[in-house]
Design a protein around this ligand. Structure first.
Ligand SMILES: N[C@@H](CCC(=O)N[C@@H](CS)C(=O)NCC(=O)O)C(=O)O
Length: 263
């Protein structure tokens, strides 16, 4: 059976999980917490042909798909391309879908991530509850036991501080505005009349800013609106009241499909 190695709540991993769920064949998800993912990813990518790093990812980034044939496919967009080519998903029917998917992965994902992490890491009780809720208990115990060092390492790795988090919030808003301009001609999807990679990619990478829930279709967990509170919940409510929020919720409602993951 195929295996998807993830940081379970990661929005990049959600892109791959969504595409796998659209294919509908069973797969196994192996979910980790950030920093605890290094060894499993190193083991999973031994011999990977397309392992690479760029401005937002490292050679240890998740998601990694281990196919039935034993091939390792690293990077969410590469996994989506792989499934489109091999499993007939047709996510990249036009060139613009690929361009937008790449742009969202490179320019949007890092900002929804940084804003969310900043507020999570500064709240010890929220952090504890959240990592515990994700299901990998041994790793959760490790993260909770080492929390101050864990926080420092995460902040350093992702360049997270109050100033960069605020800049990221502004970048997320700029993307929201851009998407609303694109949708203002009444089109149902970002590239026109049918669902594709751009819609999937935007919806998944924007999901943390809406605190999307499992009931709404997200394939993992974020803290609830009530639990997150403060600036994060206010931002999520603001975005949900806008066209961009409606769009993401509609993509999840109409296209997310049910999870085919076995574990
Ligand atoms: N461009 C990559 C980005 C992946 C990425 O940044 N993944 C994060 C999860 S949010 C990760 O695994 N970070 C840990 C690391 O890079 O070591 C993709 O689309 O897959």
């Amino acid at each position: 059976m195929q295996t998807l190695v993830t940081i379970s709540f990661s929005h990049y991993c959600e892109k791959a999980r969504w595409a796998l769920d659209l294919v509908g064949k069973p797969y196994r998800e192996e979910g980790h917490l950030p920093l605890f993912h290094f060894v499993p990813v190193a083991l999973a990518t031994r011999g990977a042909r397309d392992k690479h790093s760029d401005s937002v990812s490292s050679p240890y980034s998740t998601p990694v798909l281990i196919t039935d044939a034993g091939d390792r496919v690293c990077d969410s967009s590469r996994i989506m391309h792989h499934l489109s080519d091999r499993e007939g998903l047709h996510l990249y029917a036009d060139a613009e879908s690929g361009e937008l998917d790449a742009k969202f992965s490179e320019k949007l994902g890092q900002h929804t991530r940084r804003f969310g992490y900043h507020h999570m890491l500064r709240n010890p009780s929220l952090f504890r509850e959240f990592v515990w809720s994700l299901g990998n208990k041994p790793q959760a115990i490790g993260a909770i036991a080492t929390r101050p060092i864990y926080e420092q390492m995460m902040r350093k790795a992702l360049r997270i501080n109050a100033k960069s988090a605020e800049r990221s919030r502004e970048k997320v808003l700029a993307f929201a505005n851009e998407i609303e301009v694109r949708l203002s001609d009444g089109r149902p999807y970002l590239c026109g009349e049918s669902f594709g990679a751009a819609d999937l990619s935007f919806a998944a990478l924007f999901a943390p800013s809406l605190l999307l829930t499992k009931d709404e279709g997200y394939g993992s967990e974020f803290p609830s609106m009530e639990r997150a509170g403060g600036e994060v919940a206010a931002f999520a409510r603001e975005l949900r009241s806008r066209r961009v929020g409606e769009f993401v919720l509609a993509m999840y409602r109409d296209h997310r499909g049910r999870s085919a993951a076995c574990s």
